[in-house]
Design a protein around this ligand. Structure first.
Ligand SMILES: [Zn+2]
Length: 364
């Protein structure tokens, strides 16, 4: 194969993006070359671009990516479900990959924490194979990645957030052990929070209480399973705690999912929870997310606090099945609400940063 492809590259945090051409080589054993059909801007891409956390430069951001198989390497015959893969298939894949022996994968069943784990959208663009991020014409899917075929019935817009936001929230709901009759509070209604409402509801939650300070997002949450919404910008902390506890009878919510990335909400959440309540932290993906808790309150109330970062490959399979099973119940296709070309990435990142779009899609 002798050709090139375009990638949108940034040379340093906050620097303008430039389109560069890189060579596209033949796949090696265990690799798949994908022609990207759509990728989306995740909140963590924005953190990386603004330099809130280290990311190699020059780099290609984007890890929520789907596309069609352009070239299939030797040794890659089946997807995670055991379905045979072929050139032309539309696929999604785990946002992380790791090869070799791993204590965390093999002993603790946490492949997302395997030693040497790498993630798409986190490599230098000037080194082979160049294409390892979403904002480009191509992406190499490397050995150690879990691949999943996408059925024709699911649109690109419904499929593209599966491998980050949706799978992460499937993992969060599993970690919180949300089940029949639970009352669940969702703190923050970005993409994670919206899917969190829907997955909690579909998992049997009797009440989902959604919190945000952006009025439009409260309206969106109502379409995705939220029974009650509260605009936190219009209430004092004491009013918020008291109103949530009034709804979550008799003694506060069973579960809280933190997906806003704001550390100061955690003590508020602990205050709301019932005795024996579970708290799952998902949103604080940048360092220095400090908060102060009263250990006495945690002990006295038997609170369980758990962190969740990324997901197991089974959660990607469950994410796809969840969206397919519930696509007539929840309007997933409305979540990806804007489309941009590769040339428009600066504008797309700016709009995503200021929250004027829910999920920005980049279409090569
Ligand atoms: Zn993401």
């Amino acid at each position: 194969m002798s050709k090139t492809g375009r990638a949108v590259v940034y040379d340093a945090p906050n620097a303008p993006f430039h389109i560069r051409e890189y060579p596209v080589r033949d796949v090696r054993t265990g690799e798949v070359l994908v022609r990207i059909t759509m990728s989306t801007i995740c909140r963590s891409d924005i953190h990386s671009y603004h330099g809130h956390r280290p990311n190699p430069c020059p780099g290609i951001l984007g890890h929520e990516i789907i596309g069609t198989i352009e070239q299939l390497g030797d040794g890659i015959d089946y997807d995670l479900r055991g379905d045979r893969l072929a050139v032309g298939d539309r696929i999604t894949w785990t946002e992380f990959f790791a090869e070799g022996n791993s204590y965390y994968r093999d002993v603790h069943d946490m492949p997302q924490k395997a030693s040497g784990v790498r993630k798409y959208g986190h490599d230098r663009a000037d080194e082979d194979p160049h294409f390892l991020g979403g904002f480009a014409d191509f992406c190499y899917v490397l050995p150690g990645t879990g691949i999943l075929k996408l059925p024709d019935e699911i649109s690109d817009e419904e499929a593209v957030p599966l491998n980050c936001g949706v799978a992460t929230m499937v993992c969060a709901v599993e970690s919180a052990a949300i089940g029949m009759g639970d009352t669940v509070v969702v703190q923050g209604l970005g993409l994670l929070g919206i899917y969190g409402c829907a997955i909690a509801k579909a998992s049997g939650a009797s009440q989902v209480i959604a919190l945000d300070s952006v009025c439009e997002r409260l309206e969106v949450a109502k379409k995705f399973g939220a029974d009650y919404t509260f605009d936190v910008s219009k209430m004092t902390v004491d009013e918020l705690i008291s109103e949530v506890r009034d709804v979550a009878r008799p003694d506060g919510p069973d579960v809280i999912l933190e997906v806003c990335g704001v550390p100061s909400v955690v003590p508020i959440g602990v205050n709301m929870l019932r005795v024996g309540g579970r708290y799952v932290l998902v949103g604080m993906v940048s360092p220095n997310a400090d908060f102060t808790l009263d250990g006495y309150e945690i002990i006295r109330k038997w609170i369980t606090i758990r962190g969740v970062h990324n997901y197991h490959p089974r959660h990607l399979v469950q994410a796809l099945d969840f969206v397919i099973a519930n696509r007539n119940r929840f309007p997933f296709k409305e979540i990806v609400d804007s489309h941009f070309s590769l040339e428009q990435l600066d504008e797309a990142i700016a709009k995503a940063s200021e929250n004027s779009v829910l999920r920005a899609a980049i279409v090569p």
